[in-house]
Design a protein around this ligand. Sequence first.
Ligand SMILES: Nc1nc2c(c(=O)[nH]1)N[C@H]1C(S)=C(S)[C@@H](COP(=O)(O)O)O[C@H]1N2
Ligand SMILES: [Mo]
Length: 430
Amino acid sequence: MKKEKNLISLERRLFFEKGTKLAAGSFLFSGLFTSLNAKESVALKVPAWSKSLGTVTAANLYGLPSPFEKDVLKEIRLSGAPKGYVSNSIALTSANSPISKIRGSITPNGLFFERNHSGVPVIDPKEHRLLIHGLVKDNIVLSMEKIKRFPSIEKSYFVECSGNTGISKNSPPDKTLDDMYGLMSSASWIGVKLSVLLEEAGIDLDKAKYIIAEGADGATMARTLPISRAMDDCMVAYMQNGEAIRPEQGYPLKLIVPGCEGNIHIKWLRRLEVTDTPLFARDEVSKYTDLFADGKARQSTLVMDVKSVITFPTTGDRLPEAGFYEIRGLAWSGRGKVKKVDVSVDGGRNWETAKFSTDPLSKAFVEFIYPWIWDGKPAVILSRAVDESKKVQPYFKQISDARGFNSESHNNAIQSWSVNAKGEVHNVRI
Ligand SMILES: Nc1nc2c(c(=O)[nH]1)N[C@H]1C(S)=C(S)[C@@H](COP(=O)(O)O)O[C@H]1N2
Ligand SMILES: [Mo]
């Protein structure tokens, strides 16, 4: 039978790839496939939708997902606004991406996470301007039309809020993957390199040390960027996964600072000032700093360190039976490409290297996959990423030993999930 042939070759592949000492000829996937064979007849039924006309194409001029996917939505977290923020509505603050329900290295635009300090402004691109001034030869004011006439590039980069997976004293057993990891997303951006625009304005590279970037929203959010980074891989983006940047992500213009904390990706970008001193804005001296146990705070952490998380199976999932499962997850690093991801299914005693679904790109998400035969016994599964700068993802204890529990941001710890004998998956900290 064809199915059994596939089964055997899949099993062999697994056997040789993993080099495990499985008894030759054992049916690793038998549970999975025989149950299908028994329940479903070989001849396919002709369903109702094969016997009638579909809906009118023009009924939906902006494509939407299948109505059967309607629970795949962003989620507003009821944490309220952080202290010190002017916000009269929870909806003004943030929405998590449903990480557990999507796959791969790109986040669909409609499911990209949101973090807004004063809501989402509605900006007319015809009226929007970008001012470049300060330590430049000429102050320049650019319309969107002019910006789009500069040579452009396309790059995939992740954006992760520094508060993603916030540090907390207790392992939060009730917290799900989406609760903890939903403040991150990844897209393919098209825009102009920031260095091209700064050079156009005639940046004075002898004096310039920083760029202050400011948004056009009610928060006029502003951050300071070191000049070395500004002249490296930053971009001023106007397209997100092939269409105009979504209003929630900064329409019509977003500053991309690859690999750095979400907060410095200024949305609704309207001003770039070349300076020799940092701005010391609220969001770089009060928020987005890391408060250590001794009361001292680290500022300008900026880079998001190497991190990974298993996205299947995860909290809320229930494995229906013992047998074959593909463990999968996401890995990323603000310092370049992810070099490898190791997976352990025994609480970190033994590790094996996972495969990638696609080639890792610098400062972008990559999906890792790892074949697993669950024996039906309790297990603790975890992943650990290493990047090309040789940084290794730490255990939570290493982070809390160094920093204590005061800081909320920049937690890139290893995440573990436990699977009990019933196949139920929970959040555990080991
Ligand atoms: N102008 C402006 N830029 C902003 C913000 C904002 O409120 N206003 N929020 C910042 C924060 S804290 C994060 S994490 C990212 C979130 O980007 P996203 O909403 O496109 O996912 O945008 C950053 N840029
Ligand atoms: Mo953020």
